[in-house]
Design a protein around this ligand. Structure first.
Ligand code: B1M
Length: 213
């Protein structure tokens, strides 16, 4: 069991994108818990990659190959997280805010939300507030999820909140924020309705939003 997790973690760290699928398939066949695969192997690997980057031991290209490797692994896990219940529990728009192209965390949150029975519309990364507002007006989701991985893109979340307010779009819309540099204090400060520390907490928060409606 531990072997699988170690091998997958090492493969993501060293960007072995050609080997990752075989490793993940083998772990799934051996009934390794999906939560462990995601948290203890893949996310743990990304933490190491982030530290190596911060220490100057690796650079953007290596970080990118690790990201590609993780995505390939997650793609195999995604279908296994699906809820059998086909009735949607609510609609969520998700995006990474303008200036930020990190999407692994957002995609993971989406996978878990879809697995929990929510309909998720993914608007991608580096999303301008204008496009976002247009989509919120058009789709009228129950919840909007904003992700940011850079300290420099956190102010864009505040900008989005202010724009939603000025357009009168906050009455029925709940807003959840998340991403490594964000915390509950920041969420409260910008007037968001909640903060998801990780994908599991994001699902719990969304369930709370929907049941409070
Ligand atoms: Co970048 N990057 N990166 N990067 N990158 C970080 C974030 C960094 C911390 C690395 C470091 O220095 N240690 C650093 C930011 C520093 C800072 O702002 N303080 C950094 C930097 C500096 C940069 C560039 C500026 C580098 C450069 O060009 N010089 C550049 C910026 C580009 C841009 O966005 N404009 C850049 C680029 C990249 C790549 C493209 C190479 C690649 C991203 C590929 C991709 O996403 N498609 C990349 C990567 C891979 C990382 C690290 C290594 C890993 C991020 C990740 O995927 N983590 C990252 C270091 C790190 O985080 N340890 C780093 C795994 C993922 C599952 O976790 O995204 O935190 P995370 O998501 C979690 C939670 O945060 C939460 O749930 C998820 C699951 O648990 N969550 C939500 C996330 N969103 C949520 C939304 C919610 C709720 C919960 O509700 C809406």
């Amino acid at each position: 069991m531990g072997d699988h997790l170690d091998q997958i973690r090492d493969a993501v760290i060293s960007g072995k994108h050609k080997e990752i699928e075989e490793l993940v398939k083998a772990a799934i066949e051996d009934n390794v818990e999906l939560n462990n695969l995601i948290n203890d192997a893949m996310i743990a690997a990304m933490d190491v990659v982030g530290r190596k980057f911060a220490d100057g031991d690796i650079f953007v290209p290596e970080m990118l190959v690790s990201a590609v490797t993780m995505k390939k692994g997650l793609d195999l896990i995604k279908p296994l997280l699906k809820d059998e219940d086909t009735q949607s529990k609510g609609t969520i728009i998700m995006c990474t805010v303008k200036g930020d192209i990190h999407d692994i965390g957002k995609n993971l949150v989406i996978m878990m939300l879809e697995g929990a029975g929510f309909t998720v519309i993914d608007l991608g990364v580096d999303l301008t507030v204008e496009t976002l507002i247009q989509k919120v007006e058009e789709i009228k989701p129950d919840i909007l999820g904003l992700s940011a991985l850079l300290t420099t893109t956190m102010p864009e979340m505040k900008h989005v909140m202010e724009t939603l307010g000025s357009k009168g779009l906050r009455d029925t819309l709940k807003v959840m924020v998340g991403g490594a540099p964000v915390d509950a204090t920041f969420a409260e400060k910008i007037g968001a309705d909640g903060y998801g520390k990780d994908a599991a907490e994001a699902v719990k928060l969304v369930r709370d939003f929907v049941s409070a409606k």
